[in-house]
Ligand binder design. Structure first.
Ligand code: NAP
Length: 242
């Protein structure tokens, strides 16, 4: 049990799970959120137990404002504080723009970008009262450089970059830091159906896909260690974009 809490959206699988474990290993109590896969969330809670911290999972859709407000209020009521927020939950619905329908556009914008407004608002209010806090937003290299077939996703992820820098300027005087991590190509369920992974690895300087733990270490550094860094976007892509 700890007096520090880290909240990780989409913390049940993939990158979010690795972040939850990394922050648990630093002694943070953990609140993870997820959309529907309760089995994965329970497995993650089981894994976190090894670090002897409290951990709880909350099931809600981050793109649904009402569900978010109710659940974040519950998390705050149960824990009284949130020291670290990692806005990580996200989806892809790829298609060439000319074929992309409104549903694919809206699903990605709502889940990856509008959710950030819903989740961060009550958490920032709390952090302002605490006069302390650290927020890390998980964007993507695609939000910085674009990608064919991902106009919806790269738009949402680019939005997170602007959000990160604006909030860093607004909240610095309250001792709240806001940064972003931009992962490259990471081996998770999100990328498991891609067929050309060997070819893609050849284009990466480190000649391998990233692992969720590679991202988790970067998030931990920004959230915990780098106490004079705010408004920054750290690319963690094995040198893919240099
Ligand atoms: P993942 O393995 O597909 O996991 C996604 C997580 O988000 C799961 O916990 C999922 O919950 C949750 N989630 C999805 N939609 C949600 C919703 N509407 N409401 C609440 N929770 C929701 O994804 P990942 O690869 O770890 O990606 C994590 C983040 O990194 C995303 O923001 C992604 O865009 C970003 N990213 C990933 C890569 C990559 O190569 N993998 C690269 C750059 C950036 P359930 O388990 O219940 O579905």
């Amino acid at each position: 049990m700890s007096d520090k809490l880290a909240l990780i959206t989409g913390g049940s699988r993939g990158i979010g799970k690795a972040i939850a474990l990394e922050l648990a290993s630093c002694g943070y109590d953990i609140a993870i959120t997820y959309a529907g896969n309760t089995q994965a969330a329970n497995e993650t809670l089981e894994n976190i137990k090894a670090y002897k911290v409290n951990a709880k999972a909350y099931k809600f859709d981050v793109s649904n404002q009402k569900e978010v407000e109710e659940n974040i209020a519950k998390i705050i009521e149960e824990n009284q504080r949130i020291d670290i927020l990692v806005n990580n939950a996200g989806i892809t619905r790829d298609d060439l723009f000319i074929r992309m329908d409104e549903t694919k556009w809206n699903d990605v914008i709502n889940t990856n970008l509008n959710s950030i407004f819903y989740v961060s608002k009550p958490v920032v209010k709390l952090m302002m009262k605490q006069r302390a806090g650290s927020i890390v937003n998980i964007t993507s290299v695609v939000g910085l450089y674009g990608n064919a077939g991902q106009a919806n996703y790269s738009t949402a992820k680019a939005g997170l970059v602007g959000f990160t820098k604006s909030l860093a300027k607004e909240l610095g005087s309250r001792n709240i830091r806001v940064n972003a991590v931009a992962p490259g190509f990471i081996a998770t369920d999100m990328t498991k159906d891609l067929t050309n992974t060997e070819e893609m690895a050849k284009l990466i300087s480190l000649k391998r896909l990233g692992q969720p733990e590679d991202i988790a270490r970067a998030v931990k550094a920004l959230a915990v260690d780098l106490t004079y860094v705010t408004g920054q976007v750290l690319e963690v892509d094995g040198g893919m974009m240099i």
